[in-house]
Design a protein around this ligand. Structure first.
Ligand SMILES: [Zn+2]
Length: 479
C-alpha cells in the first residue's frame, strides 16, 4: 500500500490507465482527492501536437540543385536550393543558401532530381491493410506489430501522411509520433460507426439479437467498428472516438462490398442519426466522412451536414451537381481490378463488387465534369500484396488524369482536405506542399514524375530520399 492515499491515483493518471481503474481508486481515495489530483496533473491531450522528435531540435538539411514540384503547380521549378531547419522548410532559393557546417548540418547534392511533397493517402486503414479478415479481430498485440511493420513500409513507399478511415489505430499513431515505430503521420478516425447490418458490421447471424446495453462484440471491444442504432447511440460512439483523439469521424451511410449483410442499394443511418454524428463532431470543431455509394445515401449524408463522401461510385449527375453546389469533398479511390477479382466467383461480395466497379470510372468522370473537390485514397484492406502497390494505385490515376493532376491531388489537395479537422488536427502546420514555413515531408525523386507518373509506382528504386518532419528515413544517395 502507498502511504499517500492518492499516490496510486496520480500514478495512474500519469500512465493514462483505463478510466474504470481510475474510478475504482477514486472511491478509495475519495472523490475530492480525484478532482484535486486531476486538476493538478496536466492530462496529455491526445488531440494535441505530438512531442518533438529527437532530431527536431534545429538540425539543418540543405538540398542543393533540386527541381521542385510544389504540390500545387503543373511544372517543376528551375534548379533551386531548399533549407530545412528542424521540421520546417525554412527557405527556398535559386541562389546559394549559406549554412554553418556544424555536426548536425547535412548538405545534399540533389543532382537536378525532383524534390516534392511526401504523398498523402486519405483513405487508408493502417490496422487492416495487411491482416487477414480472420486475424483482424484476433490477437491485438500481433495485429499492432503487423500494423507497425506495415506503417514502416507505408512510409518507405513515400506516404508520409495517411488519413485512417476505420480501425483501432490510436496506439499505432502514438507509437509513430513518439518515434517508437517508423511510419506516416496518421489522422485517425478510430472505430468506424455503423448500423446493425450496415457496412462494417462484421457480426454473424449467430451473434443476433444484440442486447441493447449488453456485452460488446469482439469487433467493438477492440475498437474496430461500433454498432449504433439511434441518435443517442451514435453520439456516444462519436464522442468516444473524439475522446481517444479522432481527428475526424467515419460513418457508413450505405451498403458496402466486403461486409456480409449490407446490400449495396441500402441507405443505413437515418438523417437524424447522421445529424447526431455531425453535431457531436462539430462540437469538437471537426467533421464527419461517410462511406456512401448511391445517390440516396450521398444525398442524405449531405442533408445531415456531412463534409466528405467516401467512394460515391454509384452517384448520378444530380448528386454530382449537389456535391458541387454544397462544396462537399469527394474522396475517390482508383480501386484496382485485382481487388474485384479477389472476391470468389459466386460469392455475395463478388456480386456486389461487379455492381460497384463500373462506377469507379464514372465517378472520376463526374468529378472532373463538375470540378468536385476530389481527394485521393487507396482503401487497401486485408492484402499485403495490394498494400505494396499503394503508390502504383496512385499512378493508375493516369486513366483519368495527367501526371500533374494526380500528383497535386495526392499532395496539396489531400492536405487541404486534412485541414477540415480544424483544432483536432494532430499535426498543426502546412502539409502537402513545398514552400517556406511548411512541414518538411519531402521526397527526392529520380527523374520527373510530372512527365512520367510511373516513376511513382516504383518507390523502392526512384525515391532516393524520404523525409518526414525534417527527419530522413531513407537515403540511397549517400554511401
Ligand atoms: Zn475504407
Amino acid at each position: 500500500m502507498h502511504a499517500n492515499p492518492i499516490a496510486p491515483l496520480l500514478d495512474m493518471i500519469r500512465h493514462r490507465t483505463r478510466r474504470s481503474d481510475i474510478g475504482r481508486h477514486a472511491i478509495l481515495a475519495g472523490a475530492a482527492a480525484l478532482v484535486c489530483a486531476a486538476a493538478l496533473e496536466p492530462h496529455r491531450n491526445v488531440g494535441a501536437q505530438p512531442a518533438a522528435s529527437a532530431s527536431a531540435g534545429g538540425a539543418v538539411t540543405l538540398f542543393e540543385n533540386v527541381r521542385i514540384f510544389d504540390g500545387k503547380g503543373a511544372a517543376l521549378s528551375t534548379p533551386s536550393n531548399v533549407l530545412i531547419r528542424g521540421k520546417i522548410i525554412e527557405r527556398i532559393s535559386t541562389q546559394p543558401i549559406p549554412v554553418d557546417r556544424r555536426a548536425d548540418t547535412r548538405i545534399i547534392d540533389g543532382g537536378g532530381r525532383t524534390l516534392m511533397p511526401g504523398l498523402i493517402d486519405v483513405h487508408w486503414h493502417a490496422m487492416l491493410a495487411r491482416t487477414t479478415p480472420a486475424e483482424a479481430f484476433g490477437d491485438v498485440g500481433f495485429n499492432n506489430l503487423v500494423a507497425g511493420d506495415e506503417a514502416t513500409d507505408t512510409l518507405m513507399r513515400g506516404f508520409t501522411t495517411v488519413r485512417d478511415l476505420g480501425g483501432p489505430v490510436f496506439g499505432l499513431k502514438r507509437a509513430i509520433d513518439e518515434g517508437i515505430v517508423k511510419g506516416p503521420r496518421i489522422y485517425p478516425s478510430g472505430a468506424m460507426i455503423t448500423v446493425t447490418s450496415g457496412h462494417g458490421d462484421f457480426r454473424q447471424l449467430t451473434d443476433l439479437p444484440r442486447t441493447i446495453g449488453g456485452m460488446l462484440t469482439r469487433m467493438e471491444q477492440i475498437g474496430g467498428a461500433m454498432v449504433a442504432d439511434s441518435p443517442d447511440e451514435v453520439r456516444v460512439r462519436v464522442r468516444e472516438q473524439l475522446m481517444q483523439g479522432a481527428s475526424q469521424i467515419k460513418l457508413t451511410a450505405g451498403g458496402g462490398v466486403s461486409s456480409p449483410f449490407s446490400p449495396i442499394d441500402v441507405t443505413t443511418f437515418t438523417e437524424a442519426e447522421l445529424r447526431a454524428a455531425v453535431e457531436a463532431a462539430d462540437n469538437w470543431g471537426t467533421y464527419v466522412a461517410v462511406h456512401a455509394f448511391t445517390p440516396a445515401a450521398i444525398q442524405r449524408a449531405v442533408a445531415a451536414g456531412v463534409k466528405c463522401i467516401e467512394h460515391g461510385f454509384l452517384m448520378d449527375e444530380a448528386t454530382a451537381r449537389l456535391l458541387a453546389e454544397k462544396d462537399i469533398w469527394l474522396s475517390l479511390q482508383p480501386l484496382p481490378e485485382e481487388l474485384r477479382l479477389g472476391f470468389p466467383v459466386g460469392s455475395v461480395q463478388r456480386a456486389k463488387a461487379d455492381e460497384v466497379w463500373p462506377g469507379i470510372a464514372r465517378a472520376y468522370e463526374l468529378a472532373k465534369k463538375y470540378k468536385l473537390k476530389t481527394a485521393f485514397g487507396t482503401d487497401v484492406l486485408f492484402s499485403r500484396a495490394l498494400a505494396q502497390k499503394q503508390a502504383a494505385i496512385l499512378a493508375s490515376l493516369a486513366r483519368w488524369h495527367t501526371s500533374a493532376e494526380a500528383l497535386v491531388m495526392a499532395t496539396g489537395t489531400n492536405a487541404e482536405l486534412l485541414t477540415l479537422s480544424g483544432k483536432r488536427n494532430p499535426y498543426p502546420g502546412k502539409l502537402g506542399v513545398v514552400e517556406g514555413g511548411a512541414l518538411a515531408d519531402l521526397l527526392l525523386v529520380e527523374g520527373n514524375p510530372l512527365d512520367n507518373i510511373n516513376l511513382i509506382a516504383d518507390p523502392a528504386s526512384n525515391f532516393k530520399i524520404i523525409m518526414k518532419d525534417g527527419t530522413i528515413y531513407k537515403n540511397t544517395l549517400t554511401r
